[in-house]
Design a protein around this ligand. Structure first.
Ligand code: BDP
Length: 612
């Protein structure tokens, strides 16, 4: 899927801004034929009942923290976004597409009151050809979003009905994951045009020997005679044409090519021109950036461009005050800047695909990304916060996620396949990989990723402490192991020597069983409430967090097969409320507003001194 770009043949218009918004009550029947009316009066004394009125809502943004009140923020179910847009007749000459970066978790889109399309999955883009729904002048765009997570969605959750004595029945949505279930239109919305005969997709790969190959697919009117030409241009402002070719498929070689790596993330450009000769001649032009690089698992290690690489960085979240998980370029640039300043070279998009803009930024900044699908909470008896409180009851016979899991994986690879920053795909976080049925569930997903990723990137499933070397049924499918461990926090609390000993023993058992598979720590960390200090280093103090991270890192340094460390988490983040969380998860080494805790200085010294 091509990212919407303005080119000589394409116009892109942003629909971001202020939309009308309304939460839907459980029994409310929504009629898209009727425009949203009845804007909320800004009341003088009592807060308006925001959860019942039409209010103004920024897009892109999570809706939850924009207005006050628990029933507004924690609403379960449907919500409507609506805006009008004036379309100039000139925009209607070719194809017109309406594209959403993400709507969480389900969306039905209506144009001028007519149903246009729907999409399931809250973290991946989708687009709709809307030419037949619109006219020149005013048009109404409506999105009906739904934020319910259950046993068929990714991430997974549970919808429960609660009945308290004397009160009406209520609906609660329990997330089976440890981050706040932010929702709404969370990424940019654009309208863009293409000619009738158009470039549908471009696949481009470049290896360390300077050899590249491309595959282009086109769409459009059948009677048009088409011709495709490609050029490879150098990076930046350098318009030197290094290669010219024609046809939808081909390959070539750039002599002494500059490789993409973490110190020099050099991007070449593939400029593709589609010329159509029908009644009139038309052209569609698109430029895709790409890099020459190779990331492989070999001889029990990770290799970038033929040299061993050690991953230093974080598990993150898209999360900040006010806009929640809503797209924010400023936070993205800030976070990458802080990571670089600390000497980090990588992160995982825990626990869902991040915005396309973040991937584009990482291409330019030379950050290595482990790209994760939104498959978190696939366990009927476990969450980090114990929210489910359940007894495992056969995860793989209970969940109805298999088909949707394949869909999000396909969509993620289609979106991110060309990014040099993406070095590996993670197919899930902490599933019930120790339960019967896990291998059968994951095998087809591994096969799908291996078949569809043009770069054949290494694959993994990130596993939790309940899946030991002896019990985990998916480790054998993974190209490298990525494990999350919390010895010294959720068990062996306060006893870091004991925790290290347990961990060392487990690591050796993993290594004995899978000697060729490098191990990357996907998560390790302790909550620290910023400003809480303690000479001894008690739990929740900044000192304990630092000691915890230091103890793990010292252990990693003794195990050559540990090839990466991703601290959990980059910054504090919002979660559902529960007694294990102090206004959210405090395992960030930065606070939610990106101020450093004590551990930052330790990690900065370590990582800036540790070779990539
Ligand atoms: C792990 C989860 C992560 C949690 C973390 C924690 O993968 O989402 O936030 O634990 O407890 O189990 O902090």
């Amino acid at each position: 899927m091509l990212y919407p770009k303005m080119t000589e043949s394409r116009v892109v218009c942003s629909l971001d801004g202020i939309w009308k918004f309304k939460l839907l009550a459980a029994d409310e029947v929504y009629d898209a034929a009727q425009p949203l009316t009845g804007e909320a009066v800004v009341e003088q004394k009592d807060c308006p009942r925001r959860e019942q009125s039409v209010v103004l809502m920024p897009v892109p943004c999570s809706y939850n923290d924009i207005y006050e009140g628990r029933s507004f923020r924690d609403h379960v179910g449907g919500m409507v976004y609506e805006r009008t847009v004036q379309l100039p007749a000139a925009l209607l000459l070719g194809r017109l597409l309406l594209r959403f970066g993400s709507v969480t978790h389900r969306a039905k889109v209506y144009v001028n009151g007519s149903f246009a399309a729907e999409h399931k999955g809250g973290f991946l883009p989708f687009e709709i050809e809307i030419g037949s729904f619109v006219r020149a002048g005013e048009n109404r765009i409506t999105v009906l979003a739904d934020n319910v997570v259950d046993e068929s969605t990714l991430p997974c959750g549970r919808l429960v009905r609660r009945q308290f004595p004397g009160l009406e029945e209520s609906l609660e949505n329990l997330p089976n994951f440890d981050f706040y279930n932010y929702s709404g239109i969370m990424r940019p919305v654009v309208l863009y045009t293409t000619p009738e005969t158009y470039l549908r997709d471009i696949v481009v790969t470049g290896g360390t020997d300077g050899v590249f190959s491309y595959e282009i697919s086109c769409g459009g009117t059948a009677e048009t005679e088409t011709e495709v030409s490609v050029e490879v241009l150098a990076g930046g402002g350098d318009d030197t044409v290094l290669f010219r070719g024609s046809g939808c498929q081909g390959s070539g070689k750039i002599e002494s090519c500059r490789l993409w790596n973490t110190d020099d993330p050099y991007l070449y450009r593939l400029r593709v021109t589609l010329t159509g000769r029908g009644r009139e001649e038309m052209r569609d032009v698109y430029t895709e950036e790409f890099g020459f690089r190779e990331f492989r698992v070999r001889d029990g290690g990770l290799w970038l461009n033929g040299a061993p690489v050690y991953l230093k960085g974080f598990g993150k979240h898209e999360d900040a005050a006010v806009h929640g998980r809503g797209f924010c370029e400023a936070y993205n640039v800030k976070d990458i800047g802080l990571m670089k300043w600390m000497g980090a070279n990588s992160f995982r998009t825990s626990h869902y695909p991040y915005s396309e803009e973040m991937m584009r930024l990482c291409d330019r900044e030379g950050i290595l990304v482990i790209d994760e699908v939104p498959a978190v909470g696939l366990h009927t008896g476990f969450t980090a916060t114990g929210l489910l409180g359940g007894v495992p009851h056969g995860t793989w016979t209970t969940l109805k996620t298999a088909e949707h899991h394949a869909q999000v994986l396909r969509e993620l690879i289609a979106r991110d396949k060309n990014h040099p920053c993406v070095i590996a795909f993670s197919l899930a976080n902490e599933p019930a990989s120790e339960e019967e049925g896990a291998k059968e569930y994951f095998e087809p997903l591994f096969a799908l990723a291996r078949k569809t990723d043009p770069q054949h990137r290494p694959l993994t499933v990130v596993t939790y402490g309940g899946a030991t070397p002896e019990s985990c049924k998916v480790s054998e499918l993974c190209d490298f192991l990525m494990i999350n461990r919390y010895n010294g926090w959720y068990d062996t609390e306060g006893n870091l020597r004991g925790a290290s000993a347990l961990l060392a023993d487990e690591l050796e058992r993993f290594h004995r069983k899978y000697p060729d598979k490098p191990i990357v720590f996907g998560e390790f960390g302790a909550d620290a409430v910023a400003g809480l200090h303690d000479v001894t280093g008690d739990l929740f103090s900044e000192e304990y967090q630092e000691q915890f991270i230091r103890a793990y890192c010292e252990l990693f340094d003794t195990k050559a097969y540990v090839c990466g460390e991703h601290v959990w988490n980059f910054a504090d983040f919002a979660t559902a409320e529960n007694s294990k969380r102090v206004q959210g998860n405090k395992k960030g080494v930065f606070t939610r507003d990106r101020r450093p805790k004590k551990a930052v200085w330790y990690l900065r010294e370590r990582w800036t001194g540790l070779k990539d």
